[in-house]
Design a binder for this molecule. Sequence first.
Ligand code: G3P
Ligand code: MG
Length: 240
Amino acid sequence: MLWFAHRGVSDRFPENTLEAIAAAIEDDVDGVEFDVHFSKDGVGVIIHDETVNRTTNGTGRVIDMTVAELQALDAGARFKGEPIKTKIPTLDEVLAILAPATLRLNIELKTDTIRYDGLEAYVLERCAAHGIATDRLLFSSFNHYSVALIQKLDPRVETAILYPYPIYHPEEQALRIGATGIHPDYRRVTEADVAFAHAQDVTVRVYTPKTVEDVRQMQRIGVDAVIVNDPKGMRDTFEG
Ligand code: G3P
Ligand code: MG
């Protein structure tokens, strides 16, 4: 079973920041998940929500702010752990620190409620510009049209559908659009889902088990990977 960092190592550093992503490299985990949106001036930026309200000292929608305005905010302002001043990174800044590493990149396209036209092509282009090998790339989205589009734009990359609730034969829905992975909420996945997926060579990665016991349950039903907030800390307890 593989271990992915969710929004970087978001238990120990503010989520979706360079510090959280660098920690995933440092911790030698299998992959790192992070979320991408467009700024007003068309720059890919790494943040979870459509607004900056929950995670920074600012307010407003990401799409209504330029990258300069976004990067003037403190992305550590609302972090519950050790205080740290940091910024919303651009996709380029994140790719620059990930390029020399070997872990996988699970880039979540946050096209769920805002279309962000052109985001799929933009992200592929930036990954290529940074020389990130195709086999390190794994794209996912709750917007399955986005998954289908990025898969069509570059059939070499791996893609997966995200879903927060049970859906009918998710592996069939994935395969129908060319995706080979399913990324369900861990509370929604069943042993049968995993068996059906594996019978068709579809990979199952779950987000976001909260406790080591949750992870043990995921291992019992046979998932391929867990996307968690402190993969190294959990893995050490899990294996210890
Ligand atoms: O990609 C896995 C997980 O990040 C999906 O949910 O809301 O944390 O982006 P969310
Ligand atoms: Mg995400």
